[in-house]
Design a protein around this ligand. Structure first.
Ligand code: CA
Ligand code: CA
Length: 246
């Protein structure tokens, strides 16, 4: 309206705000992108948030691929292949998609976090690598740890009722005698003291344990009837020849 009270015609201007800024993903532990877990330890998920200047908090999607320990060359630092973690220069390439980090199965779990805002702007992904190792060997147990056996009655090695456990997650695994058939056969016929070794493996570590075996011979030899008859015959022959001729 001017001084003469003329009213100007209303004009409308539409200002469009275009959101071209991607959200940013924040992880709970910035300094620890490579997590090392012992087999069957409880893995605590990394907390993640996605913040966007227009949408506020946005959903962070998690995807996980699994690589076996032998695929360690596919989890690399400082190269530009695979899924990139920009803050640590840590990369994973390949792998099988899995639902979660399974700490009963050793390997590398590459957990990748992604987010996008309502306008479709995608955040730079972050990757956390969880390395699950098995460094604890199994433990072998014997129900009986020491045997003394008579040589003559022994046809096979005594059974110590061996079994193995692999803490913390495998209750029972197999323990087997690692003696060869020839070693067993020789021991059974030879008096002496032996250490019979058993072995158990969890696939990553091998344990050994031995039980002691003494093989003794306390049985006197026996003379058979045939031998006895031969001795009697020999004596009688000698006696007859000596006395009848003299
Ligand atoms: Ca945005
Ligand atoms: Ca183990």
């Amino acid at each position: 309206m001017d001084y003469s009270e003329n009213i100007a015609q209303e004009e409308r201007v539409t200002i469009e705000y275009e959101d071209t800024t991607a959200p940013v993903i924040a992880l709970q532990s910035y300094d620890s992108y490579l997590f090392e877990d012992e087999k069957c330890e409880t893995y605590s998920e990394v907390e993640s948030t996605g913040e966007d200047c227009v949408d506020g908090y946005v959903t962070v999607d998690e995807s996980i691929v699994y690589l076996s320990l032998s695929d360690h060359s596919k989890v690399t630092e400082g190269t530009d292949q695979g899924t990139k973690s920009p803050k640590t220069e840590l990369y994973c390439s390949g792998g099988d998609v899995v639902d979660s980090v399974d700490t009963s199965t050793p390997g590398y779990y590459c957990v990748t976090y992604a987010a996008k805002d309502a306008a479709g702007n995608e955040a730079e992904t972050e990757t956390v690598v969880v390395e699950v190792e098995d460094t604890i060997p199994p433990e072998i147990h014997f129900e009986t740890e020491s045997f003394t056996e008579e040589c003559a009655s022994l046809t096979s090695l005594p059974d110590p009722e061996a079994y193995a456990t692999d803490e913390p997650c495998d209750d029972s695994i197999e323990a087997t005698c690692d003696w060869t058939d020839d070693a067993i056969s020789n021991a059974l016929k030879t008096v002496g003291d032996y250490e019979v070794q058993y072995e158990a493996t969890d696939g990553y570590n091998t344990a050994t344990k031995s039980y002691s075996l003494t093989i003794e011979d306390t049985t006197a030899p026996t003379i058979t009837c045939l031998k006895l008859l031969f001795i009697v015959f020999a004596y009688s022959l000698f006696f007859n020849l000596f006395f009848f001729r003299s």
